[in-house]
Ligand binder design. Structure first.
Ligand code: ZN
Length: 133
């Protein structure tokens, strides 16, 4: 299928946004029943990860841990004031690949796909391609 772009409007400076239902929708639309879905976030201050969506405190803990690793206010060289967001994006990464089986996204029971906003709020693009096996 063609590369699909979806937009995600984030609401906070730093936030994990559950985009699982959007990914499921793109997979359904693709008609692919067995294969994989590549997901890429083309930004330097937003990334993507898979983690738990059942307890929202997990999201907060992840953001807090990343904040410990790269504090929002620190002594950085990058003059834009968002060096921490660049660092956090590199820590979580910019792409994922997930399996598609029987027309469904394959995830563990507690897993969800999160766009990771580190310099919001902004409108972010997420690129997806579903490829048959
Ligand atoms: Zn910057």
């Amino acid at each position: 299928m063609n590369l699909k772009t979806v937009t995600v409007r984030t609401e906070n400076a730093q936030q994990l946004v559950d985009i699982t239902s959007t990914v499921r929708h793109v997979i359904r639309e693709s008609g692919v029943t067995r294969g994989s879905c590549q997901i890429f976030v083309p930004h330097t201050t937003a990334g993507i990860t898979i983690n738990e969506n059942a307890d929202p405190d997990v999201r907060k803990d992840i953001l807090n841990i990343l904040e410990t690793m790269a504090p929002s206010t620190g002594n950085y060289l990058h003059v834009e004031g968002n060096a921490h967001a660049h660092a956090k994006t590199s820590i979580v990464g910019s792409q994922l690949s997930v399996f598609v089986e029987a027309g469904q996204l394959v995830l563990g029971t507690w897993q969800a796909i999160f766009l990771c906003e580190f310099d919001g709020p902004r409108t972010r693009n997420v690129l997806l391609r579903v490829t048959p096996a």
